[in-house]
Design a binder for this molecule. Structure first.
Ligand code: FAD
Length: 812
């Protein structure tokens, strides 16, 4: 049996020890620098509020599991979870709309919730000033986790299965041999290890540094205070763990509340960001209270105290009796950090995890360590999700600080960070600026969403009116760009699409084994194919161009695909995998006039007969060596033209100039996204993840079961005779004026599904939403309702693809 050493006995470490030993791991040692189980880490002082609903389905699933698990746990006779319910208040119209949206999210992810009136809010919380409140969201299954007892109880279960917990063992080093962890060194000696898991909370980066692994989180202080007793709560007595009313959030003032007997606890995210230097965190014995509890800076709480008393006038008769600045971890995108280091085999982590998500994260990591995958999709939590620029400590500090500031803000799904920006730009960036590009950011890239230069084209259009929410980060110019693409030709900057060069004598066999489609095709062939995990879940979708016998260009979705391929590559150097994204660029030239635009710039024959659909060739365009792929994500004739970055601008300028005869436009991602949804092309991560198999996701055409073995094939064979439980299907909304954003619930006769991608289709002149629906309500013509800000919008399941089913626009 592998020897597992877990570093840290906070809620995450304890939960992981339980989940691992439950799965049969017998040699598990948990090392803790403090005492057990009030260790001095963040868990020791967490007030334990669990609000399950989040914009992230993954986080919501983690929270739901935590609630169900803790509800079953009792420690020394007392329950570890108190299902008091949760109440979120709206005191502004923007928040009220957001709560309506949140009610939708809760419904999509299977969390019970109800929008309630101000009067009902006050019935639940009589101390709330009813005049402040516009409405509330009540979530009856939320409540209070008793973090230290829940940790202790999970540890007890692990101990009973043979795990060892060692208190007062401070880890000082993580040793490796041959690229693998070999032991964990403590102040009391070394513990041999085959696998090490850092669950060290805010100390994570320090543990990571011992192993030479980046753990990109920022420890920050967050204020928590307790009032003096309130007469209204006197019947609860002085026991600080007792509570009766729902946990309460007043997010318009960045505050939350819970009862501690007859006192109130108030947490605040309203204060200035207070990053913590790990060097300043004291050891357990040197700490005034405990290492993760810093001195209360009263002046930072003044604004919060004022707001708290405004909402709860009864607090005017009380004082802040005690308070502290508690330390906890923040990441750049608000998501946890999970997974195994690629560089140091056997070094795992589960960091930046709230109590709320702790058991869910622990279960997912235990499954991952045991089976190689977690049943819940964890791609948003994978520590390898970051690009190199996103690991820079300056970047981590700035973005994590923003995550703290925005923790309770009403955020639009498309809203970008203001800083740091301009981290990665394509060679066409200067031209894009000249054309008035409106940029949003993704993976560090500045990506034009539309160009103001095309504004005049939009003036002639008549589009259905949009809601204020759907109009944010959107412009009618996107419609003009989409129609210009359909009617003539447009240039799209596709540079941020990540691409790899996979080469070497073993490249073909490797790709054949890793992906679902037939790779054994002649050089010049392009294939759409999938990466599956062993359980047949879709890990990614790829476009693979065979450029030579031993050379492939692979278009991937993110750095996670690079990580997956590197992990599976043969060790004998027969395959080389190189990320060529930064050194190259890509222009998508698409539209019925694409060939007429490009051909005069090249002496290569670009006719359909000589350069067919889904083919790749090396050609010269305007003197620039280009790898051209005849593919189109927008459903129009044309190519993706790849060139080295240094000659990219020359290529853009030549295409631009030649395009003037055709009224060429530069088009952005907003138009692009609408067109790809009209065509039914899936966006991995949004439309499908590892939780879905290719057949249910509608990409079964990319699977060649008879090509020989490949990763995930066996699992797909087992699916053969099974009736799908749910399917991804397109919906057309009856009212084209309603454009939804994604993640909305869809009510059907057979149950509730949820929207993935949605858009207004400028060619179809319909509002489109792709949705996972329970079968059998997935047949074309089936009627459903999409819930959007409390309204139920009627829609019909449609046949796909919605646009150009015969591919006549592309194959010519
Ligand atoms: P920790 O509990 O910090 O555990 C890490 C452990 O690692 C510690 O015990 C530490 O001693 C040990 N360790 C570190 N370095 C070493 C070493 N070198 N050798 C050995 N051991 C080591 N979350 C919620 O979900 N709901 C809430 O209401 C909530 N309220 C909060 C309020 C405040 C004021 C704060 C600060 C946080 C709150 N949180 C809340 C967040 C939550 O407390 C943390 O996210 C969670 O407790 C982290 O658990 P953990 O096990 O990862 O970390």
């Amino acid at each position: 049996q592998s020897r597992v050493v877990i570093i840290g006995a906070g809620i995450v470490g304890c939960s992981l020890a339980d989940e691992l030993t439950e799965r049969g791991w017998t040699n598990v040692t948990v090392l803790e620098q403090g005492p057990l189980f009030a260790t001095g880490g963040s868990t020791s002082h967490a007030p334990g509020l669990v609000f399950a609903t989040s914009g992230s389905k993954t986080l919501t699933k983690f929270a739901q599991y935590t609630v169900s698990k803790f509800s079953e746990l009792r420690h020394e006779g007392d329950p570890c979870f108190d299902a008091l319910g949760g109440l979120e208040l709206a005191t502004t119209t923007a928040r009220w709309h957001d709560l309506q949206r949140k009610h939708g999210l809760a419904t999509s992810w299977g969390v019970r919730s109800r929008l309630i009136t101000p009067q009902e809010c006050v019935e639940m919380w009589p101390t709330v000033d009813v005049d402040q409140v516009i409405g509330g969201l009540h979530t009856p299954d939320d409540g209070l986790a008793k973090a230290v007892p829940a940790g202790a109880e999970q540890a007890r279960r692990a101990l009973a299965r043979g795990a060892v917990f060692l208190a007062h063992h401070t880890v000082v080093d993580v040793e490796q041999r041959g690229g693998r962890v070999s032991s964990v060194v403590t102040d009391k000696g070394a513990v041999p290890a085959d696998m090490v898991v850092s669950t060290a909370g805010l100390w994570g980066p320090k543990i990571g540094a011992m192993a030479g692994v980046d753990i990109p989180l920022l420890p920050m202080a967050h204020q928590y205070a307790k009032t003096s007793p309130l007469p209204e709560l006197s019947e609860l007595g002085a026991d600080p763990t007792s509570a009766r009313r729902p946990i309460l959030r007043h997010q318009d003032a960045d505050l939350y509340f819970r009862e501690h007997g007859d006192r109130l606890g108030i947490g605040s995210y309203a204060h200035r960001p207070m990053p913590i230097d790990l060097g300043d965190v004291p050891a357990f014995d040197d700490a005034a209270v405990m290492p993760s509890v810093l001195e209360f800076t009263e002046e930072d709480f003044e604004g919060s105290w004022k707001e708290a008393r405004k909402l709860l006038p009864a607090l005017h008769d009380t004082q802040v009796e005690e308070g502290f600045n508690g330390a906890m971890s923040f990441t750049t995108d608000g998501m946890p950090l999970m997974g195994e280091s690629r560089e140091v085999a056997g070094f795992w982590m589960a960091e930046a995890v709230w109590v709320t998500h702790s058991a869910g994260v622990a279960r997912a990591l235990a499954e991952w360590m045991t089976d190689g995958r977690s049943t819940v999709d964890v791609h948003d939590c994978d520590v390898h999700r970051f690009e190199q620029v996103q690991l820079d400590p300056g970047y981590v500090a700035e973005r994590a600080t923003r995550a703290f500031v925005e923790v309770y803000d009403v955020l639009h799904p498309l809203q970008p960070a203001d800083t740091p920006r301009d981290l990665r730009t394509s060679p066409f960036h200067a031209r894009q600026r000249e054309l008035g590009a409106f940029f949003l950011e993704g993976a560090g890239w500045e990506r034009p969403h539309w160009y103001e230069a095309n504004a005049a084209l939009a003036d002639e259009l008549s589009l259905p009116p949009r809601s204020e929410w759907a109009s944010r980060y959107w412009s009618p110019i996107a419609a003009a760009e989409a129609l210009a693409t359909r009617n003539s030709v447009a240039l799209f900057d596709m540079t941020p699409l990540k691409r790899l060069e996979v080469s070497g004598p073993g490249a073909l066999d490797f790709l054949q084994r890793m992906t679902t489609n037939q790779m054994r095709r002649k050089p010049g062939a392009v294939s759409y194919t999938l990466l599956l995990d062993e359980a047949g879940g879709v890990r990614s979708d790829l476009t693979v161009a065979r450029l030579g016998d031993e050379e492939f260009q692979v278009g991937v979705n993110s750095t996670l695909d690079l990580d997956w391929l590197l992990r599976h590559a043969p060790r004998d150097r027969s395959v080389s995998i190189r990320d060529i994204t930064a050194g190259t660029c890509c222009i998508g030239v698409w539209g019925p006039n694409a060939r007429a635009l490009v051909q005069p710039l090249s002496s290569d024959d670009l006719s359909h007969e000589r350069f067919g659909f889904f083919k790749a060739r090396r050609v010269t365009i305007a003197g620039v060596p280009v790898t051209a792929l005849r593919v189109s994500y927008v459903g129009e004739l044309g190519w993706e033209l790849y060139a080295d970055a240094d000659v990219g601008l020359r290529l853009w300028d030549a295409l631009w100039e030649a395009g003037q005869n055709f009224g060429v436009v530069a088009a952005g991602r907003s138009a692009f996204n609408s067109m790809r949804i009209e065509k039914g092309y899936r966006a991995w991560g949004t439309d499908m993840t590892t939780e879905h198999n290719p057949f249910d996701a509608g990409v079964g055409f990319a699977v060649r079961m008879n090509k020989g073995d490949f990763v995930g094939r066996k699992a797909l064979t087992d699916l053969a005779d099974r009736e799908p439980e749910h399917k991804l299907v397109p919906l057309l909304l009856d009212d084209p004026g309603h454009v939804v954003m994604g993640k909305e619930p869809v009510h059907t006769d057979a149950g509730t599904g949820y929207v993935t991608s949605a858009t207004y289709g400028y060619t179809l002149e319909r509002s489109i939403a792709y949705a996972w629906l329970p079968t059998p309500t997935t047949r074309p013509g089936d009627r459903v309702h999409v819930e959007y800000f409390g309204d139920r919008l009627p829609a019909t399941v449609a046949e796909e693809p919605l646009f150009d089913p015969d591919m006549t626009r592309i194959r010519r």
